[in-house]
Design a protein around this ligand. Structure first.
Ligand code: FAD
Length: 388
């Protein structure tokens, strides 16, 4: 059996791992020139963590992860307003969580398929007709399975399922992320996840290693137009937020080294059509507000491979995957829209203060589980219950 996967991100490579495990011939293409170096920190827990453990990759996942001991908010003078021991979060999910940079999570899966699958960068799927696939490098393949794991702006989805505008849901925010090196700034955030406690806009900092600091930004805007020069837009939008912010903005790399995009969800009525399937952000992006997109990408890929293995045909395997997984993904999307948006980037001082007191309450004996639980919802049945 032969599979062609578009997208060598977290989801596409996790799927490549599983299909290869089951003896498929796997081809993965990605339009990027090579593995991405830039990125942002991902808190990885939930069904994706469960899938990684089932794949036997948990020890390597933990090796590639970053050390984060504390989560805190700071005001515009750099003073900590509230802090929480990260161990409380880990306790809430029985230790099944890591903080890992996105390129490192991709690396985990890429390493796991090295030499076993055909991986081509600077390549896209240009045409799909039945089982015939044409790649941009001129290769023609006869595939049993074609998968779009190519993210929010999926090429496979546009080719087979219709234009992006029909399934793109803008959530009224834009986000950017970059890494800069500054030993002094690094010392201020070492071992911590530091967030600015601000209305309508927010900066987050993680200390990496070697004096590097990972920064992520999010701000509210009704205008979905993306800026031509993201660095200039970040400097304009996030000025006046204190010393750490100024250090980060001053050392922000050129725009082509910044991740920048809408905060958005993908809501498409079908994930499968004939031999073609969608998985991960391409099918059901939940947005950074949900804090689970990578986890759902990996878990969706894992479940898809398991259902293909169990089904009598590829078409039935694809349909079975969608039937089991769609309620989980749409449930997370709904929760992100209904509950997380105002909590994550408050528009009102009342929410900000409520959030501050909520986090402070976590230090009170007995309240930690009650307060932390909703941040890490057990919103999924176990992968085994889902049929993986
Ligand atoms: C700031 C931020 C913080 C986040 N934090 C978390 C978190 O804490 N926890 C969590 O679980 N999730 C988090 N997420 C979400 C998570 O990063 C995504 O859900 C996840 O990366 C989706 O993986 P994917 O492989 O499906 O898509 P992507 O990561 O988008 O990968 C898609 C791949 O396809 C390639 N591609 C695109 N178009 C084409 C094409 N036409 N042809 C070929 N290749 C193509 C791209 O180059 C890329 O390699 C966060 C997101 C952001 C933006």
């Amino acid at each position: 059996m032969r599979a062609v996967i578009s997208g060598a991100g977290i989801t596409g490579l996790a799927l490549a791992n599983r299909l290869n495990h089951y003896g498929w011939e796997v081809h993965v293409v990605d339009r990027a020139p090579g593995p991405r170096a830039q990125g942002y920190m991902i808190d990885f827990f939930g069904p994706g963590f469960e899938a990684v453990a089932a794949m036997g990759l948990e020890p390597r996942l933990r090796e590639l992860a970053s050390d984060v001991d504390e989560f805190c908010y700071i005001d515009d003078r750099g003073r900590t307003t509230v802090s929480v021991d990260y161990g409380l979060f880990a306790k809430a999910v029985d230790g099944a969580i890591v903080s890992i940079m996105r390129p490192e999570l991709e690396r985990l899966f890429r390493e796991s398929v090295a030499g076993a699958v055909d991986l081509r960068y600077r390549t896209t799927i240009d045409r799909i007709s039945g089982s015939d696939v044409e790649l941009s490098d001129g290769t023609a393949l006869d595939a049993d399975l074609i998968v779009g794991a190519d993210g929010v702006h999926s090429g496979v989805r546009s080719l087979v399922f219709g234009p992006e505008r029909d399934c793109f849901r803008y959530l009224g925010m834009q986000t950017g992320a970059f890494v800069f090196t500054d030993p002094e700034a690094f010392e201020r955030v070492r071992g911590r996840f530091v967030l600015t406690e601000t209305l309508n806009r927010q900066l987050g900092f993680y200390g990496l290693d070697g004096g590097r600091v990972a920064v992520f930004t999010v701000f509210r805007t009704d205008d979905p137009t993306l800026p031509e020069d993201p660095r200039e837009a970040l400097r304009r939008t996030f000025s006046g937020m204190g010393d750490l912010a100024e250090q980060a903005l001053a050392q922000c790399p050129p725009s082509d080294e910044i991740y920048y995009d809408h905060v958005a969800q993908i809501d498409t009525p079908r994930w499968t059509d004939g031999r073609v399937g969608l998985v991960g952000d391409a099918a059901y992006a939940v947005s950074l507000l949900a804090g689970q997109g990578a986890s759902l990408g990996v878990a969706g890929a894992y479940l898809l491979a398991e259902r293909l293995q169990a089904a009598p045909s590829v078409l039935e395997g694809l349909a079975d995957y969608e039937r089991r997984w769609r309620p989980v993904a749409t449930g997370v999307q709904q929760a992100a829209r209904d509950r997380v948006t105002e909590w994550f980037v408050p528009t009102r001082m009342a929410t900000l203060l409520l959030r501050r007191w909520g986090f402070r309450a976590m230090k009170l004996p007995g309240l930690d589980r009650i307060m932390v639980g909703p941040l890490f919802p057990k919103n999924h049945r176990s992968m085994a219950e889902l049929g993986a």
